[in-house]
Design a protein around this ligand. Structure first.
Ligand SMILES: N[C@@H](CCC(=O)N[C@@H](CS)C(=O)NCC(=O)O)C(=O)O
Length: 201
């Protein structure tokens, strides 16, 4: 069995879970809840203290989510093409989608860790500006994201990022973005494990 640090609200953990579904090994994951003894052990393997961390059956540990997704791809395939420009494209799209999650998390944390102060508007605007610019780009580019071979790592990263934004009320990304909305509605219906991994507080 694999052991995976688990928080029901984490978009990075959800991305890994959806990737495990795609690789067909979702039943081989034992989820280790935040705050448990094993969580301390696993999370402690990443000096940055971030989740997800995965423990492989051979005892080795992997982080961060991108490295774990790459490992799952080696086991089950389908997530990242092996080589060529197709690989570069999927990895670049994944980085863009993960950037959306990163910016959203920075918005959430700037409020959560403001210590009772008002969060910096300059900082919030900087992150929201990145999000808006990326969404504007995606509204045009999303037409290229469908993969006839099935959902890939970039599709999973983007669906996760968009749903996280809604979950935390970071941005109403559906407003005036019919193409992304249509893409998301389709993916959320068809992506294996999407409903089961919906974020929870
Ligand atoms: N780049 C990392 C980001 C992981 C991350 O930021 N995880 C959040 C949870 S959603 C976390 O552990 N936050 C706690 C912290 O930053 O101390 C990845 O892809 O795994």
């Amino acid at each position: 069995m694999f052991k995976l640090t688990f928080s029901p609200a984490s978009p990075y953990v959800r991305k890994v879970l959806l990737s495990a579904y795609r690789a067909g090994i979702q039943d081989e994951l034992e989820l280790v809840e935040t705050g448990s003894e094993n969580d301390t052990l696993l999370r402690g393997k990443n000096p940055l203290g971030k989740i997800p961390v995965l423990q492989k059956p051979d005892g080795d540990f992997l982080f961060d989510s991108r490295v774990i997704v790459d490992h799952l791809n080696k086991l089950g395939g389908g997530l990242i093409p092996e080589n060529g420009s197709e690989r570069d494209i999927i990895l670049s799209r994944s980085a863009l989608a993960e950037g959306l999650t990163d910016a959203s998390l920075l918005v959430v944390y700037s409020e959560r860790y403001a210590g009772g102060e008002t969060p910096s508007k300059l900082w919030l605007d900087l992150q929201l500006g990145k999000i808006d610019k990326t969404l504007d780009f995606l509204e045009i580019d999303i037409i290229n994201w469908s993969n006839p071979k099935g959902f890939d790592a970039a599709n999973i990263a983007l669906a996760t990022a968009l749903d996280y934004m809604s979950f935390r009320n970071v941005r109403d990304w559906k407003l005036n973005r019919p193409k992304i909305s249509q893409w998301f509605d389709n993916v959320s219906l068809k992506l294996l494990g999407f409903a089961e991994t919906a974020p929870k507080s």
